[in-house]
Design a protein around this ligand. Structure first.
Ligand SMILES: NC(=O)C1=CN([C@@H]2O[C@H](COP(=O)(O)OP(=O)(O)OC[C@H]3O[C@@H](n4cnc5c(N)ncnc54)[C@H](O)[C@@H]3O)[C@@H](O)[C@H]2O)C=CC1
Ligand SMILES: O=C(O)[C@H]1O[C@H](OP(=O)(O)OP(=O)(O)OC[C@H]2O[C@@H](n3ccc(=O)[nH]c3=O)[C@H](O)[C@@H]2O)[C@H](O)[C@@H](O)[C@@H]1O
Length: 463
């Protein structure tokens, strides 16, 4: 089957970059990304690619190259569905905030809406691709909705989870470790799989494109995120033991990471992992395991989240304790608010929870993040509903200049590992701060010896 038109529902952190790369690498295919959010689509269409809604290194150049040629962003969902041979569903699948499975299960209402819209609009056969991260066996539900339209249209459902990480999305998409495609073992299923394989084969080597059954593919995505998050919780658990014993977690990570069976990546101790997916996907995994009565399996994975919550809380407790058991009315400067460097995404960022804890202790927080706005910071805090919006607004403020954020502060907390923090004039910052001047480095980013030589009291995670 020759693919000439692709549609992607959802112009977010996954749909936008993924489709931009497909469009760049497959100029023969027309790629249309659609979303209900008109503001977001307008931003994707902004003449100045610096204003596209997602900050990812290298993304602006790819959008500039493909947009208007074979990459389009639109709010006309029906038209894009009707025209496309392949429809990617890349909408959000957040943790449910209501009803059965509240706080654990994935909320599939947006997925179901997409399925119903495709069922309503499609007039010819379609390949529907699950790009969103979904509970295992979701394809069954999608198929049931699509097959009950009664208009004779044939649908093939594929699972093609996305493994990109934010901040490195473009590189991850251009050089993926693997592309995973799950589909039915029927002849029609195999044809659909091949059609999608052929799209990726435009730039991904054949040996990196693997195909499985649908359930393995769906579950592999949750498994990958669970394993990655588990490594962080494992090293963070060791960081606490290091602090008690005089071991240094960076040295421990290096020593174990040189064992080729363990590997060196994802062993960086931190204030705790954030991001929209690790917590959501593990909670979903826990919920699925419980729903099959697999309580030991559920408990095992839930511990990854428990450890992560502990690590965030431990970080804020330590700040309070070190500042003589009170941060009331003290200015604490936050360097970084995003959940990791090189992204403007703040979802589930550890910074939000650390700020919330410190505001409970009546601290005044001054934030500097190169890519996050004051409005976003306030929205993130208000979302927790710990206190009124007015109270949050009077407790936290953001600055466009890091030196101003740190001026007169009692302490600095490093919450995101932005490279620029390393190059600051730390003597100048020290001179402007209250004494003793504390730094709590939640990312083990800065040079301890240099800062201590200036006069800072410096504390890292796990040493
Ligand atoms: N953010 C990431 O780095 C990764 C996310 N994922 C998964 O990809 C999925 C999407 O995640 P993000 O892109 O981060 O979410 P996002 O929230 O940035 O984007 C989702 C978009 O879908 C739109 N949408 C929702 N329902 C719609 C509908 N019925 N019709 C049209 N548009 C609709 C929303 O308006 C939103 O713009 C999730 O399942 C997530 O778990 C997977 C890998 C990486
Ligand atoms: O499904 C998803 O959404 C994605 O989730 C993660 O990607 P992402 O959350 O964008 O970023 P990561 O690099 O995994 O970082 C997640 C969090 O863990 C933290 N982290 C990461 C690595 C580490 O060693 N230590 C550590 O604390 C980061 O600072 C960040 O807060 C996975 O890495 C992607 O493969 C996956 O596609």
């Amino acid at each position: 089957m020759k693919i000439t038109k692709i549609c992607c529902i959802g112009a977010g952190y996954v749909g936008g970059p993924t489709m931009a790369v497909i469009a760049q690498k497959c100029p023969q295919i027309q790629v249309t990304v659609v979303d209900l959010n008109a503001e977001r689509i307008a931003a994707w269409n902004d003449e100045d690619v610096n204003n596209i809604p997602i900050y990812e290194p290298g993304l602006g150049a790819i959008v500039a190259e493909a947009r208007g040629r074979n990459l389009f962003f639109s709010t006309d969902v029906d038209k894009a569905i009707a025209e496309a041979q392949i429809i990617f569903i890349s909408v959000n699948t957040p943790t449910k905030t209501y009803g059965k499975g509240k706080g654990m299960a994935a909320d599939l209402k947006y997925i179901e809406l997409c399925a119903r819209q495709i069922a309503r609009v499609a007039k010819d056969n379609k390949i529907v691709v699950e790009k969103s991260t979904l509970p295992v066996r979701t394809a069954e539900a999608i198929k049931s909705i699509l097959d009950n339209t009664g208009n004779g249209v044939q649908f093939q459902i594929l699972s093609n989870p996305e493994f990109l990480a934010e901040g490195t999305a473009v590189q991850d998409l251009l050089n993926p470790d693997r592309i995973l495609i799950g589909g039915d073992a029927t002849e029609e299923g195999r044809k659909a799989i091949q059609a999608l394989v052929d799209v990726y084969a435009n730039w991904v080597p054949a040996d990196k494109i693997i195909t499985t059954n649908v359930w393995s593919s769906e579950l592999s995505k949750l498994t990958a995120n669970a394993f990655l998050a588990q490594r962080i919780s494992s090293i963070n658990a060791m960081s606490e033991l290091c602090e008690k014993t005089g071991a240094d977690v960076n040295e421990v990570a290096k020593a174990i990471g040189m064992d080729s069976r363990i590997g060196s990546k994802f062993l960086k101790a931190s204030v705790g992992f954030g991001g929209s997916c690790f917590q959501k996907d593990i909670l979903n995994l826990v919920y699925i395991a419980k729903s099959y009565g697999l309580n030991e399996v559920a408990d095992y994975w839930e511990q990854v989240i428990i450890m992560n919550d502990h690590q965030k809380r431990r970080f804020s407790n330590n700040i309070v304790q070190t500042l003589y058991n009170t941060v009331s009315e003290k200015k604490i400067a936050f360097l970084g608010w995003a959940f990791k460097k090189d992204t403007n995404d703040t979802r589930e960022s550890a910074a939000i929870y650390v700020a919330d804890d410190l505001i409970n202790e009546h601290a005044k927080i001054a934030v500097y993040d190169p890519k996050v706005s004051n409005k976003k910071i306030l929205d993130d805090l208000n979302y927790l509903e710990t206190r009124t919006a007015a109270s949050n607004a009077s407790s936290i403020n953001s600055f466009a200049d890091p030196y101003e954020a740190c001026q007169n502060a009692h302490a600095i907390a490093v919450l995101t590992e932005w490279d620029e923090f390393i190059t600051y004039d730390w003597q100048k910052i020290y001179d402007s701060m209250q004494k003793p001047a504390f730094i709590f480095d939640g990312r083990n980013l800065l040079n301890a010896a240099d800062l201590e030589a200036i006069g800072f009291v410096y504390q890292a995670v796990g040493s």
